[in-house]
Design a binder for this molecule. Structure first.
Ligand code: DC
Length: 215
């Protein structure tokens, strides 16, 4: 069975998807981490960002492995390195590149063919797995998403103002929605879940109930 969870940045998708997968005994596919690995590899190899084919080639031969919650690139644990603001700032080169997207979708389908999965991203229910049995579109108001991000940063010892985070988030939302290929869009048969005022565990329980009905 394939469960897809799409939605904007800051909707809490990763946390919820990871916990939902654990509860269901499914594998978890973090597709944002895949695009982040392409961007990190490009940066490390000093790729010319305007050279779409070169980045596409990096994506096609990406030595990526998932080991539980760890992301490995050529055996190196890059779980933290892919989530730095530097990588977030260049991620659009990977996410907007058609060759990269095709390579990532191929990889996602290959990984999902082996087991039941919960997969999380922007285009999972629309492009990667249009046949998925259970699709969710997870969202929350812009203010709630920004508040959560500020709190997450604070827990990691970083200070950021709500205005600053809201501004960056708006830019990212626009980039995610405007993407010509794989842009953020809910699948027609996706169930919308608005998580304002809900704790992560409540969202997980809600989704689990809905998945079990479909099962
Ligand atoms: O979810 P995240 O922040 O780790 O995602 C990183 C970036 O990758 C984000 O800007 C959107 C992009 N992305 C995408 O285009 N398609 C996906 N399936 C997952 C992420």
């Amino acid at each position: 069975m394939i469960v897809t969870i799409d939605g904007p940045a800051g909707a809490g998708k990763s946390t919820v998807a990871r916990k939902l997968a654990a509860k269901l005994g499914f594998d978890f596919l973090d597709t944002g981490a895949m695009y982040r690995c392409v961007a990190l590899s490009g940066s490390r190899q000093n790729v010319d960002w305007e050279d779409e084919a070169a980045l596409g080639e990096i994506a096609r031969s990406l030595p990526l492995e998932f080991d539980g919650a760890r992301v490995l690139l050529g055996g190196e644990d890059v779980s933290a390195a892919i989530r730095t603001p530097e990588v977030t700032a260049i991620i659009h080169y990977a996410a907007d590149n058609l060759m990269v997207r095709e390579a990532m979708v191929d990889l996602q389908r290959k990984l999902a063919a082996e087991d039941n999965v919960v997969t999380e991203g922007r285009d999972q229910g629309t492009v990667a797995f249009p046949q998925a049995e259970c699709k969710f579109f997870l969202s929350a108001s812009a203010e709630e998403r920004a508040r959560r991000r500020v709190e997450q940063l604070r827990q990691n010892g970083k200070q950021a103002s709500l205005e600053e985070v809201l501004e960056q988030q708006t830019v990212r939302d626009e980039q995610d929605e405007a993407r010509e290929v794989g842009g953020l869009k809910a699948a027609e048969d996706a169930l919308y879940v608005i998580t304002d005022g809900m704790k992560p565990f409540e969202v997980v329980e809600h989704l689990e109930r809905l998945v079990r009905i479909r099962m």
